[in-house]
Ligand binder design. Structure first.
Ligand code: CDP
Ligand code: CDP
Length: 227
């Protein structure tokens, strides 16, 4: 089967990573979670005590970091300067600061270049906020996933309940709505559906249903039998 690229964008907890991973596995493609890169920079900035409005220091930090992504069994593994930060970058503190870091144009430029390098070989399913609009504007298939804020907060709540951190559903809903607002309103490549992206509202849909829908679209995009 010929390889091609799939861009999956959408707001927080729309199911992008879960579904992108399934679709990639099914097609034998490589899955890339670009949010993890912005999260890794944010985690390091918090460790270094750099405020999320100190743009110069943030850019300097981002330029000095070595971020490696590996397709793990369950989730994409993220290695930052040799340290496995896969779980650390999912903290509430990172959730609350990542959108400010991701709004810095120079940081976006650095990370987008790395992402485009990964997409060059084709056969990539990449998820994020600006993949269909900026990172892979020529992707053969573009998907925009969404769901109501309440449902997205409930999904995250179920995940967080298994973890050590104390967090309420209301707090998660507030954080998600604020992150969406910042991602949509920023000047540098904001979260917006590409004109040629297929919109899927996943409210009330299961993960396999969403994956199935995207695989159907991938089949059409490839113009021949993929499965
Ligand atoms: O998993 P979740 O949807 O909660 O977030 P994520 O995909 O890990 O992304 C975390 C944050 O990184 C987003 O809220 C955006 O601020 C930023 N991001 C971005 O600006 N551009 C991307 N391509 C991916 C993430
Ligand atoms: O990457 P993004 O932030 O868009 O979402 P995610 O990290 O994949 O998290 C979505 C969570 O909602 C996961 O726990 C999924 O199992 C669950 N979920 C989903 O992704 N899609 C549905 N249609 C229903 C539930």
């Amino acid at each position: 089967m010929e390889k091609f690229n799939i861009a999956i964008d959408g707001p927080a907890a729309a199911g992008k990573s879960t579904v992108a991973r399934l679709v990639a596995r099914h097609l034998g493609f490589v899955y890339v979670d670009t949010g993890a890169m912005y999260r890794a920079v944010t985690w390091k900035a918090l460790q270094a005590g750099i405020a999320s409005d100190n743009k110069d220091e943030l850019v300097r930090l981002a330029g000095s970091l070595q971020i490696e992504l590996y397709p793990g069994e369950q989730a994409q593994q993220v290695i930052l300067d040799g340290i496995d930060v896969t779980d650390l970058i999912r903290s509430v503190a990172v959730n609350q600061n990542v959108s400010a870091v991701a709004a810095v144009p120079e940081i976006r430029r650095l990370l987008v270049l790395k992402q485009q390098e990964m997409a060059r070989a084709k056969g990539v399913v990449m998820d994020g906020r600006d993949i269909g609009t900026h990172v892979m504007p020529d992707a053969e298939l573009k998907i925009f996933l969404t769901a109501s804020v309440r449902e997205r907060a409930e999904r995250r709540y179920l995940e967080m309940k298994d973890k050590q951190e104390e967090v309420t559903l209301e707090q998660l809903e507030k954080d998600i709505a604020e992150r969406d607002r910042m991602d949509e309103e920023r000047e540098a490549s904001p979260l917006v559906r590409a004109d040629d992206a297929v919109l899927i509202d996943t409210s009330g849909m299961s993960v396999p249903q969403v994956a199935e829908r995207i695989l159907e679209l991938a089949k059409t995009a490839a113009g021949k039998g993929i499965r």
